[in-house]
Design a protein around this ligand. Structure first.
Ligand SMILES: NC(=O)c1ccc[n+]([C@@H]2O[C@H](COP(=O)([O-])OP(=O)(O)OC[C@H]3O[C@@H](n4cnc5c(N)ncnc54)[C@H](OP(=O)(O)O)[C@@H]3O)[C@@H](O)[C@H]2O)c1
Length: 372
């Protein structure tokens, strides 16, 4: 599917929604958030529920509160979120590992319906099904304001939960496998946390690209999922020496690339698993930030080390659309099976964080607003 045709995708349901006008009366709206006019500004304010963080800390700092969302300004749209993606980056912000100005609404991924369009926006209309990932943070809410250039259309055959699971994690898998290091047939790749949100997609897509995929996981159940997702070999890295096992599997040659999202606990071992001129792609730090590394650590095998971010690989509108398009193509064609393994109501975000940090989740997790 071309980029142009992707942009034209619309479902008949949303064509019908687009004809609904918003008069300020909630009775006239198909949506449940409360709307009110401010007489001073004549702006329509939407009162809705959101998760807000007033101080960084444990899951208990995720507070379920009323917020007001304004009309979109120039170049913006307002989106009613139907499903919100849960990501490990949300944990980093909640804990203060990554900094944000307090108070803030966490979350960097969601899918929903456009409910208002600001001045100057010509390529989005009320009722469009859209998704976004990355900036601005603030997706743990029933409605949010987004720059129109940040959202992409959702293909009609893709549901909201899938779209909210695939934007951040799927685009991460895309840039990791196709651009950060280009996986080719014949490569052997090592994927840590292979049953996780990003890990599940890396395994499926890596195999489809012709690679031999080795995945590390913490439990037998997660190993079974990783095998279903295309892993040729799984390693229980809590009980097995993963470096030794990789050497056995590759006849001592090592792998061309390691996709390491675990960080502190695996970083050194990951370097040891690499073949000559191998790529160490450290893209996350679920176990903590790795210790500093001397240059001599990469000299002995002429290794490459990168610490990439999806934000830098989807920085322009063109990159964002091309990346999302490739992800959705692979979802629609069946190359990627999106595992939406867990759903929580938005008010239960704290429990979702507890489970994600506690390594209890597999695949993707979405938060669903109570009003849906
Ligand atoms: N650089 C980027 O642009 C980018 C974009 C998206 C995501 N990420 C990173 O990708 C990683 C995966 O994100 P995700 O949202 O898909 O999460 P996830 O993989 O579903 O969950 C994290 C997994 O990491 C493993 N893990 C190992 N040690 C852990 C520890 N001490 N505490 C918690 N988990 C641990 C667990 O799997 P096992 O039980 O199998 O060990 C756990 O299920 C995160 O590190 C995230 O920051 C980076």
């Amino acid at each position: 599917m071309s980029g142009a045709s992707m942009l034209l995708l619309r479902s008949s349901f949303f064509d019908r929604l687009s004809s609904i006008s918003f008069s300020g009366s909630s009775a006239a709206s198909p949506f449940t958030a409360r709307r009110s006019f401010s007489l001073a500004t004549r702006a329509v304010m939407v009162t809705c529920k959101a998760i807000r963080i007033h101080e960084v800390g444990g899951p208990e700092v995720l507070k379920y509160e009323d917020i007001e969302v304004s009309e979109p300004s120039e170049g913006e749209v307002r989106v009613k979120n139907m499903a919100i993606g849960l990501n490990f980056i949300d944990v980093y912000f909640r804990k203060g590992v990554y900094k944000a100005e307090l108070p803030f609404i966490p979350g960097s991924e969601a899918a929903g319906v456009v409910t208002a369009v600001g001045p100057g926006v010509t390529d989005r209309k009320i009722g469009d099904r859209v998704a976004y990932a990355g900036k601005p943070m603030g997706s743990y809410t029933e409605e949010q304001i987004l720059p129109a250039v940040s959202v992409v259309p959702i293909p009609p055959s893709v549901d909201f939960a899938t779209a909210a699971s695939i934007m951040l994690k799927g685009m991460t898998a895309q840039f990791l496998l196709r651009r950060c290091f280009k996986v080719q047939p014949g490569h052997t790749i090592l994927v840590h946390a292979a049953a996780g949100g990003v890990g599940s997609l890396l395994c499926q897509w890596g195999r489809a690209l012709g690679a031999t995929v080795i995945g590390t996981v913490s439990t037998e159940e997660k190993a079974a999922q990783a095998i279903q997702d295309g892993c040729h070999h799984t390693i229980l890295y809590k009980s097995e020496d993963f470096v030794q096992r990789v050497k056995e599997i590759t006849d001592g040659k090592g792998v061309q690339v390691v996709y390491d999202s675990v960080g502190k606990d695996t970083f050194q071992g990951s370097l040891d698993c690499l073949a000559y001129r191998g790529y160490m792609v450290l893209y996350g730090q679920s176990s903590g930030i790795p210790d500093p590394m001397p240059i001599s650590a990469i000299q002995s095998k002429s290794l490459f080390v990168t610490r990439p971010s999806m934000f830098h690989y989807t920085a322009t509108r063109e990159e964002l659309l091309a990346t999302a398009e490739e992800v959705y193509e692979n979802v629609v064609s069946g190359i990627l099976t999106v595992r939406v393994n867990h759903k929580y109501s938005l008010s239960q975000a704290a429990q979702a964080h507890i489970d994600l940090e506690g390594r209890k989740t597999t695949g993707s997790t979405v938060l669903v607003p109570e009003s849906i």
